[in-house]
Design a protein around this ligand. Structure first.
Ligand SMILES: [Fe+2]
Length: 236
């Protein structure tokens, strides 16, 4: 399995605070059957990381994983806050994509309110050759207030990534219901952990396997956790 949304990079955001935690998270991922994770620290274009920063940190973590004998591939990425400025930065090639050489951008919608420019930004990113991947839309104000808009975005080729914890009901019944609906109707095509630590927000995907299998769609769990994330990171 491939986890395209994690905060496993140590000491960068509100995710893993130190290398020891990152290694514990990596062990959990491997035990779960995850082979690759994308490191997606929170980022706003108004406060970008210095050039090369994420790549360097990912390389350091990869080195530490190798020394610890943990067979987990780590890839660079970011979880980018939605902003009207995104198309401008994208056209300058300044937005970190999900995995090296991919054209997919993980974008976070605000939890409260929905900017009027949201749909225009997605459209312009697509015109610039990028595919937006909306992080956990089931937790956003837009998703909960206007689920139809999510369907329209998906129809236009924007990808939706649902969190495992949302499906498991950790964010409440409304979020769970919307998460399941998005998966059931095929609007969301990706599942990720959005892991922040090694105790309650962990890099584990298999915990929702039974739930997905209950939808009685053969191969759906594998598509959500292996095939589709593989396409996102540019793996044939
Ligand atoms: Fe996240």
């Amino acid at each position: 399995m491939i986890d395209i949304h994690t905060h496993i990079l140590p000491g960068v955001d509100d995710g893993s605070p130190d290398l020891e935690t990152s290694l514990r998270m990596a062990r959990l991922a491997v035990e779960d059957g995850i082979t690759s994770v994308v490191c997606t620290p929170h980022m706003a274009v108004e406060h970008p990381f210095p050039p090369g920063f994420i790549g360097e940190r990912v390389a350091q973590l990869a080195q530490a994983l190798q020394e610890a004998g943990i067979p987990l591939q780590v890839l660079p990425g970011a979880e980018i806050v939605l902003s009207a400025e995104l198309p401008r930065y994208a056209s300058m090639g300044k937005l970190p994509t999900l995995g090296e050489g991919s054209r997919h951008l993980l974008i976070e919608l605000p939890f409260v309110g929905t900017p009027v420019f949201a749909e225009q930004v997605f459209f312009e990113l697509q015109l610039a050759g990028y595919t937006p991947v909306i992080a956990h839309p089931e937790r956003s104000n837009l998703g909960l207030q206007q689920p139809k808009v999510l369907e329209q975005l998906a129809e236009r080729g924007i990808l939706l990534q649902v969190n495992v914890t949302s499906l498991l009901g950790r964010e409440g019944p409304h979020v769970r219901r919307l998460a399941l609906k998005l998966i059931r109707q095929g609007t969301a095509t990706l599942i990720a952990s959005d892991a922040h630590n090694a105790h309650d927000r962990v890099p584990v995907l298999s915990s929702c396997r039974r739930l997905i299998n209950r939808l009685r769609k053969p191969g759906l769990f594998e598509a959500l956790t292996c095939d589709n994330p593989g396409c996102v990171i540019g793996r044939p």
